[in-house]
Design a protein around this ligand. Structure first.
Ligand code: ZN
Length: 655
């Protein structure tokens, strides 16, 4: 290990030079204390949002199938999906020609051969890595050329997002943003975030002014109720415009706010308001513009969401997120609930978007256990195995996903022992009907040898997940099963140890620490809020950990995730949160490369620079191990290389 955890003094210095607490942030912390009243006991469970997407997707697919004529020939013939976002390049014919990429430094993630300066690639795979001299036996045998473009750069294995949502995450992220925290934008400067309702008004006015036609519906996404301290309503949005349909969709995706024009356009009459749970009303019975909870959100959002999920539109939206991922160095993404919205539509979109010679990333779809059980009954595992058998090196099906408790950010997770401070308002929510039913749902998949991923957040949710793993192990012991807790928000050291004993692994979301720890102090205490994403303890126990963004929870930015894991600074306070849970830069870099590949079960193909593996690289301006720890997140990504094909970041910045 070359670099130890940064000293407290360094972090404090960074805070002093302007990364520290700002007055607006202090206000946000104060506002977040009012959050319990804002949520009003609505059930904002993650699974319920999925129902909304599923309904819209079914409508979008039916509409696409009904439309027969398509002027552009499809890349692959999939019913309902007409045009690719860009025309596919022809497949490169196999050849024995070798390309050698030369760099200032190549970090391989192979512990026995950690650094190099040249890597030889043939037919999309790594032939050899070392110095130019080391490569000589291969270069004597094959015709080759030397690519010196990155001679001054640092090459890492391609970064891996082990928990992404290429379609659902993209829909939210590609809307006009109204987030509290800054948000990356692939085609322009990052959105700075809105820190007050006045700033939100100004930003919404801009979006309305930019609308292409006065009847277009403007939907801004990402309003943060906890940080902003309250719901919006019709009167608020009417001060921006009464004539252009305008909606705000909150970051948890359970709350929608609409102005008068949107209420009228989507037929929200007093009759609809009266029969829709969560639809707020004015004294005269008209909508007050609040649609709180997924049933109410559906009443006004279903049609616009259907339009966004129309295949041609959805493909453009997927490109938005993929371009953003490329600019952050990502070459492989997981799709952690494949089929959960609409299996047919998702399959068509994945095939069209990812399975093409000019694709800019690979995808590892992890199928949704509940959906497959519902669609196929006792044939569910066989259907998933059939998909797995259809894999190629662009779409690699592997694993199955289940849910334990609810979401971290919206405070729906099960926190116990002790529970939430506002326990009168928050109970948390398990997403299974009973513990035996939870274990039973996973059993056939476990017995069939699948990698199981379980969404699990609160300390009670994590305990239930670990207990379930213990039952599965007792019944049918397995080695190398890669049972993964996804997220692991609030946990204990005992859970880390138990997980190690059972062979479990963790993919954690470091933004629970960075973006939410300051805000959550009022919800479950300084200690547990600071200990969110407890990575150091897991590493000390020898549990394999990977880092993810779970877009739209955060945009995919692996180097920022490394930066969080190494520094553990709260975004609002600028304070170091639970410094003993920090890890070294080397440890954190494994969590976005080889250990992320391990989580997805694709470490035999990607995640490190080794002979035989796919030639996926990320080209950086500097080595994260050599810069100040607080500067890691700002290292520019020059390019990614996918199967030996160079994708320049400058090119994906053009829409
Ligand atoms: Zn997710």
């Amino acid at each position: 290990m070359r670099r130890v955890v940064p000293s407290l003094a360094l972090v404090l210095l960074a805070v002093l030079i302007g990364l520290g607490p700002r007055p607006a942030f202090a206000e946000a912390v104060a506002r977040s204390a009012d959050a319990p009243a804002v949520f009003d006991n609505y059930n904002f469970c993650v699974a319920s949002v999925r129902e909304l997407f599923a309904k819209a997707a079914a409508l979008a697919l039916a509409a696409a199938k009904a439309e027969t004529s398509s002027p552009v020939p499809p890349v692959v013939s999939v019913p309902g999906v007409s045009a690719p976002p860009v025309q596919a390049a022809p497949e490169e014919p196999a050849s024995d020609h070798v390309t050698v990429f030369v760099a200032k430094k190549i970090i391989t993630m192979d512990p026995g051969w950690p650094e190099a300066t040249a890597v030889a690639v043939q037919n999309g795979r790594i032939l050899s890595v070392g110095s130019l001299d080391d490569l000589k036996p291969w270069l004597d045998k094959y015709p080759h050329d030397i690519d010196n473009r990155f001679a001054g750069k640092v090459i890492y294995p391609g970064f891996i997002e082990p928990h992404g949502h290429p379609l659902i995450g993209a829909i939210a992220l590609s809307r006009p943003p109204l987030t509290f925290f800054p948000l990356a934008n692939p085609y322009g400067p990052p959105f700075p975030g809105v820190k007050s309702k006045d700033e939100a008004v100004a930003k919404l006015k801009e979006y309305v002014a930019q609308a292409k036609s006065p009847t277009d519906t403007v939907i801004a996404w990402g309003y943060d109720i906890v940080a902003m301290g309250g719901h919006l309503d019709r009167a608020f949005l009417d001060q921006i415009t009464k004539t252009q349909p305008l909606m705000v969709w909150d970051a948890s995706e359970h709350f929608v706010y609409a102005n008068s024009a949107a209420i009228e356009k989507f037929g929200i009459t007093p009759g609809v308001v009266a029969k829709t749970l969560g639809a707020g009303k004015l004294p005269n019975g008209e909508s007050n513009g609040q649609f709180l909870g997924v049933l109410a959100a559906e009443a006004i959002l279903l049609k616009p969401l259907q339009d966004l999920l129309a295949p041609d539109q959805a493909l453009k939206i997927m490109k938005y997120l993929a371009d953003l991922g490329q600019q952050a160095g990502i070459t492989t993404t997981g799709d952690l609930m494949f089929g959960g919205i609409n299996l047919e539509l998702e399959q068509a979109l994945a095939k069209t978007f990812f399975d093409r010679p000019d694709a800019i990333e690979r995808v590892v779809p992890v199928v949704d256990g509940a959906t497959f059980a519902k669609l196929y009954g006792d044939q569910a595992q066989q259907k998933a195995l059939d998909l797995k058998a259809s894999s190629n090196d662009r779409i690699i099906f592997n694993g199955v996903k289940f849910f334990s408790d609810d979401a971290f950010v919206s405070l729906g997770m099960e926190v116990q022992n002790p529970g939430y401070i506002h326990s009168d308002q928050y109970k948390g929510l398990f997403l299974f009907t009973s513990f035996p039913a939870f274990v039973q749902a996973m059993e056939p998949w476990w017995n069939a040898g699948f990698h199981i991923h379980v969404h699990s957040n609160g300390n009670a949710g994590n305990q239930a997940t670990i207990d379930a793993l213990a039952e599965l192990q007792a019944e049918h012991p397995r080695f190398d099963h890669r049972f993964t807790i996804e997220h692991y928000g609030i946990s204990t050291p005992e859970q880390a140890r138990e997980l190690k004993a059972l062979g479990g692994i963790v993919s954690t979301n470091p933004y629970y620490l960075y973006a939410r720890s300051d805000l959550n102090i009022g919800q479950f205490g300084t200690d547990r809020a600071s200990l969110a994403s407890r990575i150091g303890t897991l590493v000390r126990e020898g549990v394999v950990v990977s880092l993810h963004a779970d877009t739209p929870v955060a945009p995919p930015r692996p180097l920022e995730e490394v930066w969080i894991a190494v520094n553990r600074v709260g975004a609002l306070s600028g304070q170091v949160r639970a410094p003993y849970e920090r890890v070294t830069v080397d440890q954190a870099l494994r969590m976005i490369t080889i250990d992320a590949a391990y989580t997805l079960g694709v470490d035999d193909e990607v995640g490190s620079i080794e002979a035989g593996k796919l030639a996926d690289f990320t080209v950086l301006d500097a080595d994260p191990r050599d810069v100040e720890p607080m500067a890691i997140k700002d290292i520019p990504v020059t390019a990614t290389i996918l199967g030996g094909r160079v994708i320049l970041t400058a090119d994906t910045r053009k829409p």
